[in-house]
Design a binder for this molecule. Structure first.
Ligand code: OGA
Ligand code: NI
Length: 371
């Protein structure tokens, strides 16, 4: 709606993108200093806090879908599985997948290596310290707004694709196995993402490769943010990650195997996800919501923290090539069903979250075209 105004604001902020607006404090350091209270910078306004940080009873969970037998050599085979994925993308924007083809040992190794990395002393990680220009490396905030209320987490952000952005020197080198494990994990997740993209296309009556083509074919982006949520002295006042929708195409999350924390918005309630052993959590990002002209939903989610246990999660983001315009697919629009979003590249789009930090779904909604 206010596209020009938004973009202008982002342009002016760009000048300060080389540095953070104030000194960075590692949440790990705060957590290890045995604080008796929570510093003000982490206290969320009452309206954003979670009402409970207890594990929710078994009642509701996001759909769990078994992919066994779905991907056969001569194409997608199973209408029942396809229909379940279709419904999950429309109604939930989120689902868990099991029998997805990624080896459980690799999933465990990835979690273990990253946990060891985050257990290094803060000092040892500072060499990887990131800046808001690319976000690559070790970070402790999203957004550059001075004085913003911060989230209770540190993270590591790195690229798998395109290959010219994949730079081992920007990946951690400890523990000694980590680079090799991240590399294999990235390749497996690119592969799994490609297969799920086919399902998403077919389920809209499009040819299997349609989403992949719209993403730029071979030239897609893939990156990863590993989130570290330390124990929090006052979990009811803080959030590990504020409510947001993922700006990219599709996210495949490997949650902690012991500690819950992810909450997904369903209408006006927050559902705490109960991860199934060795499942991945898949969610639709803003770019697929846009391509599908809002048939698939990019849904808000957030992370709660607790005082007893730390939590580690690996979020893998599968994104369109960053400099091609993304807009509702022409096959899905008509005079009765006009495009809801103007074309925009992912580079332009993600500047918003990179400057404003996570802020619900205000972004994708601010780009809905006036009718
Ligand atoms: C993210 C995210 C959820 C989690 O990194 O975008 O939503 O459980 N993470 O850490
Ligand atoms: Ni997210």
């Amino acid at each position: 709606m206010n596209k020009n105004k938004d973009m202008k604001m982002i342009e002016t902020k760009k000048t300060s993108m080389d540095e953070w607006p104030e000194p960075i404090i590692r949440v790990q350091s705060l957590a290890e200093s045995n604080l008796s209270s929570l510093p003000d910078r982490y206290i969320k306004p009452a309206s954003q806090r979670a009402t409970t940080t207890e594990e929710a009873p078994t009642a509701t969970n996001i759909p769990i879908i078994d992919l066994e037998g779905l991907f056969l050599e001569d194409g997608l085979s199973d209408d029942v599985i396809m229909a379940r994925i279709s419904e999950a993308c429309r109604q939930w924007g989120f689902f868990q997948v099991v029998n997805h083809g990624v080896r459980p040992e690799l999933m465990d190794a990835a979690r273990k290596n990253w946990r060891e990395f985050f257990h290094l002393p803060v000092q040892a990680k500072e060499t990887y310290s990131n800046s808001p220009r690319t976000y690559e490396g070790y970070g402790s905030r999203l957004g550059v707004e001075k004085g913003a209320i911060l989230d209770w987490s540190d993270y590591y952000y790195l690229h798998h694709l395109p290959l010219h952005l994949k730079d081992f020197n920007k990946w951690p080198s400890f523990p000694p196995t980590i680079r090799e494990v991240i590399d294999e994990y990235g390749k497996e997740l690119v592969n799994l993402s490609g297969r799920i993209m086919k399902v998403l296309s077919s389920n809209l009556g499009l040819k299997e490769d349609r989403f992949q083509e719209a993403f730029g074919g071979e030239n897609i982006g893939a990156c990863m943010r590993v989130n570290y949520y330390p124990k929090c002295p006052r979990p009811e006042l803080a959030l590990g990650l504020s409510s947001h929708s993922d700006p990219g195409g599709m996210t495949i999350l490997l949650p902690d195997d012991q500690v819950f924390g992810l909450q997904v918005r369903k209408n006006d309630t927050w559902i705490t996800v109960k991860p199934h052993p060795h499942a991945f959590i898949v969610n639709i990002g803003d770019q697929i919501q846009i391509l599908s002209n809002s048939t698939y939903k990019s849904v808000e989610h957030r992370v709660i923290v607790n005082s007893e246990k730390e939590r580690v999660s690996l979020a893998f983001f599968y994104n369109p090539k960053s400099d091609i315009p993304i807009q509702p697919l022409q096959e899905l629009v008509s005079t009765h069903n006009p495009p809801l979003y103007p074309p925009m590249t992912f580079d332009q789009y993600r500047l918003y979250i990179r400057t404003q930090g996570p802020q619900g779904k205000s972004h994708v909604e601010s780009h809905i075209s006036p009718r």
